[in-house]
Design a protein around this ligand. Sequence first.
Ligand code: FAD
Length: 233
Amino acid sequence: MSCEVSLIAYTPQPARVVASAAKLCYSPSKASCLFDGLDAGAVSGFLKKLKSVGHMSPFEHASFSFAVDGLSRVASHQLVRHRVASFSQQSQRYVRMAAPEAVMPPTVSSLPEAAALFESQLKSAADAYLRLISLGVPKEDARFILPHGALTSLIVTMNARELHHFFSLRLCRRAQWEIRSLAGKMLALALEAARELFDPAGPPCLSEGRCREAESCGQPFSSVEEILTKTDD
Ligand SMILES: Cc1cc2nc3c(=O)[nH]c(=O)nc-3n(C[C@H](O)[C@H](O)[C@H](O)COP(=O)(O)OP(=O)(O)OC[C@H]3O[C@@H](n4cnc5c(N)ncnc54)[C@H](O)[C@@H]3O)c2cc1C
């Protein structure tokens, strides 16, 4: 099972907004004059310059909101560690899980005996959850029996600077597989909406041409397309 991600909203003309903010830093013009005066070539030029010198604060003016369904709470716990992002997550206090489900990792689903064990333990936990509720235990306490892999839904908003940071950490080949898959889907959508802002985006092997891992995988990415192929599941 793999999570579903959609880009539900983003800043209109995000690349132009970022380029206007950058131009303002170096221009004697009034802030209100800059947006309309930028043509596509100037936008590209500013974005290239910002990325090359690492002047990333103008990227904070463009934000992107994603809807995520079918992610495990294992991965959402990692996701919400990104403090500069904004999150709204389905509450297990207020929402009764109809038939509690969980993400089954590929290493489990690929082994029939492991998959059967996983399924039976999940069913026991789900049955116990529903039974506790029927005995009068509040949802907020019955949920303690649910597994870490239980499914969740979130709306996540990140600005383009935080997205670059998130992609740099979570698209590394050494990142945990589920959040890496989520990050790959978010990158694909971000590229569709604003290619100039996010090409290149990804781990330092691609964006900086060097690896920061203590133990490198030895397989640097050469393009965002390669990242998308490798995180596609
Ligand atoms: C491969 C991997 C393994 C990990 N393993 C563990 C683990 O074992 N245990 C664990 O607890 N976590 C672990 N983490 C989570 C990690 O420690 C971070 O919490 C998470 O990646 C969010 O990164 P961040 O703090 O840079 O991002 P954000 O919270 O999004 O922050 C973005 C940037 O803003 C700045 N910033 C944000 N808040 C502050 C602040 N309060 N003070 C100063 N600067 C700030 C920093 O420059 C930061 O990089 C792991 C992450 C990865 C990618």
